[in-house]
Design a protein around this ligand. Structure first.
Ligand code: PLP
Length: 424
């Protein structure tokens, strides 16, 4: 099954009451009104079982790893359990899962390890659509003589210009770093096609799936990418990062590490003590999604099937919400949505919308909404190349509305009513 993008005609079987019952923080009130969490692209809320897993780790397993006693063994088991959960999430082997502080820190580490093998004149291809965390770590390699090329966007719909990518890809290209989905305008990039093009040119592919992870099922086997990175705090887990790396690369490239740290894969990429309690929470976040999948389709057998089922329902739900949001926004005078607004191309976007309303400063809109209990974001959200390219950086960027599966149609209507009032 493919969840790449949103299929507008999909059947929505999401049990939204069950979903919302898992997230205590959704009961938050602001000035007497229920809070509306549309800040998901900056971090999602956590289901109860993730918080319990963190607490349980600290209460019954708190120790460093590799010791010859109970709590240390429990720590080892919990970390191994989360690695297994993430291998189902990515669809890879357990020893291809690496934990790290966050996506940015992981990418800084991987980029430096890969740079050890690069020579002046080698090229890296980046994009204008990417979050800066998949740009600056690679761009910094210019100081080693690496040539950075940048794929432009088609401004009208904020999609990657694939012709430009093909023009800039050549036999000197050693790596293509590309986002799976834009955290600003919601575009889903054709990463399978890009991976094929890159591999044909002999380049590695590093995919930033941070924004895609809450919106679609990841399958690194099907993608055949070399690395893929995401952050559990964007898919209902704690503040950490996780990486998939093809085993051969995790073995071949040389991480900056301390000598006592093992040379075993994947641990050689995890120098220093990890945040064990949060790793416990990541396992529980994957289990939450699997539980949602089982709740939606009790016939599923494996955890991977359960995750597939979960995304089938969440994608359908998010699709309904985002197209109602787009229709509603287009009816507001002066509102301009950046990105895909043609429903025929629903599969090329996820449920993240950026817009401006006339000359209103995005911070003013976000502040007004915040006072009404509606949480959105404003500015560039680190998609700095994009806001500069669109000419909105100096104007305060854009207002970002991020919908995830725990959002409701009533919340979308509440947001639209507030924006209509603001724009009037
Ligand atoms: C698309 C995308 N990539 C990378 C990042 C950086 O992730 P982290 O906060 O885990 O470093 C973010 C964070 O917002 C993001 O949205």
């Amino acid at each position: 099954m493919s969840t790449a993008g949103l299929n507008r005609s999909a059947v929505d079987t999401l049990d939204i009451g069950w979903v919302r019952g898992q997230f205590p923080s959704l009961q938050t009130k602001v000035n007497g009104q229920s809070a509306v969490f549309m800040d998901g692209p900056a971090g999602t809320q956590l289901p109860t079982q993730v918080m319990h897993a963190i607490q349980n780790y600290l209460m019954s397993a708190n120790a460093n790893t590799g010791g010859a006693f109970l709590t240390s063994r429990r720590s080892d088991e919990i970390i191994a359990g989360t690695r297994a959960a993430m291998s189902d999430f990515f669809h890879c082997d357990k020893d291809e899962v690496v934990f790290g502080q966050n996506m940015t820190t992981i990418t800084l580490g991987i980029s430096r390890a890969i740079a050890r093998e690069l020579k002046p004149g080698d090229e890296i291809l980046l994009t204008t659509l990417d979050h800066d965390a998949n740009f600056s770590p690679w761009k910094a390699l210019e100081e080693k003589g690496v040539v950075i090329r940048q794929v432009d966007i088609r401004e009208a719909d904020c999609t990657l210009d694939l012709e430009d990518l093909k023009r800039k890809l050549n036999e000197k290209t050693k790596l293509v770093a590309v986002g799976y989905a834009s955290n600003a305008v919601g575009t889903i990039n054709p990463v399978t096609e890009i991976t094929k093009l890159a591999h044909a040119a002999g380049a590695l592919v590093y995919i930033d799936a941070v924004h895609y992870a809450p919106h679609g099922l990841i399958d690194v086997k099907a993608l055949d990418c070399d690395f893929l990175v995401c952050s559990p705090y964007k898919f209902f887990g704690p503040h950490m990062g996780t990486l998939y790396g093809k085993r051969e690369h995790l073995q071949r490239f040389r991480p900056y590490k301390v000598r006592p740290c093992t040379e075993q894969v994947p641990e050689r990429w995890e120098s220093g003590t990890q945040v064990h309690e949060l790793i416990a929470g990541i396992g529980a976040a994957v289990e939450y999604l699997a539980e949602l999948g089982r709740h939606s389709d009790p016939s599923v057998k494996t955890r991977r099937e359960a995750l597939t089922s979960a995304y089938r329902t969440t994608v359908a739900h998010e699709t309904r919400l985002v197209w109602r949001l787009i229709d509603g926004l287009q009816a507001i005078s002066g509102a301009h949505i950046y990105g895909i607004t043609d429903a025929q191309r629903a599969a090329e976007r996820c449920s993240t919308i950026s817009l401006r309303i006339g000359n209103q400063h995005p911070t003013a809109i976000a502040t007004n909404l915040g006072e009404r209990g509606i949480f959105t974001w404003d500015g560039n959200y680190y998609a700095l190349n994009l806001t500069e390219r669109l000419g909105v950086e100096a104007l305060g960027g854009m207002l970002r509305i991020g919908l995830v599966h725990y959002n409701t149609m009533d919340e979308v209507e509440r947001l639209l009513a507030a924006l209509r009032e603001f724009a009037a």
